[in-house]
Design a protein around this ligand. Structure first.
Ligand code: MG
Length: 202
């Protein structure tokens, strides 16, 4: 492991792992809501779907109990992760409710390998631990994470999802870059390297 490389922290749920098909099915079966017309004012999935954080955690636990139904957010993710791992130290930084053995197995099955895994109990701890670990870039779909990262002077790449689209549209913070897909994430790091070829070295 090269310790002199710049580190990237990457989120799991809804950034790499796409369980939306399971979630829609789950919500239809368990909640009396019409998802198509639901759009809350809060920052995360729970607000978006109009459910409590506890209900959201229960739903994600069930989703990971059915990990065979979880897909990659983008089929190019394994290749892009491999590409990034040549120049950067890669951390999975997740607050998922899934058991570690469940998501590490899923990642392995999908050909994704991280240098390190950091499991935090709340999303707002990502930056706290990230700073200690020297992580400079964070890829996440949660706008609150992007905000805390930018507040700490680090770089956030916000993966656009329905629950952060308003935030992404309003964002003027130069430390937060909203992207539509993983190809844009690859481009983001290629641009950094084009501007400063040694940027991945601390
Ligand atoms: Mg997420």
């Amino acid at each position: 492991m090269l310790k002199n490389r710049t580190a990237i922290g990457i989120d799991l749920d809804d950034t790499i792992a796409n369980g939306l098909a399971f979630i829609i099915k789950y919500l239809k079966e368990n909640c009396d809501i019409n998802i198509a017309h639901k759009h809350g004012n809060g920052p995360g999935e729970a607000d978006f779907f109009g459910i409590t954080n506890e209900q959201n955690n229960k739903m994600f636990r069930e989703m990971w109990d059915h990990s065979d139904e979880i897909k990659l957010m983008d089929k190019n993710i394994p290749g892009i992760i491999k590409f990034l791992s040549k120049d950067y130290e890669l951390y999975l930084v997740t607050a998922t409710v899934a058991p570690k053995e469940s998501y590490t197995k899923w990642l392995l099955e999908h050909g994704i390998k991280f240098d390190n895994v950091v499991h935090v109990n709340r999303s707002n701890k990502k930056i706290t631990y990230g700073i200690k670990l020297g992580i400079n870039y964070y890829i996440d779909d949660f706008s609150e994470v992007a905000k805390s990262v930018a507040d700490a002077g680090k770089h956030a790449i916000l993966f656009k999802r329905p629950w952060n689209i308003d935030f992404a549209g309003r964002n003027k913070n130069p430390l937060i870059k909203a992207v539509d897909n993983w190809s844009e994430i690859k481009e983001y790091f290629l641009d950094i390297q084009r501007e400063n070829p040694a940027s991945h070295i601390k």
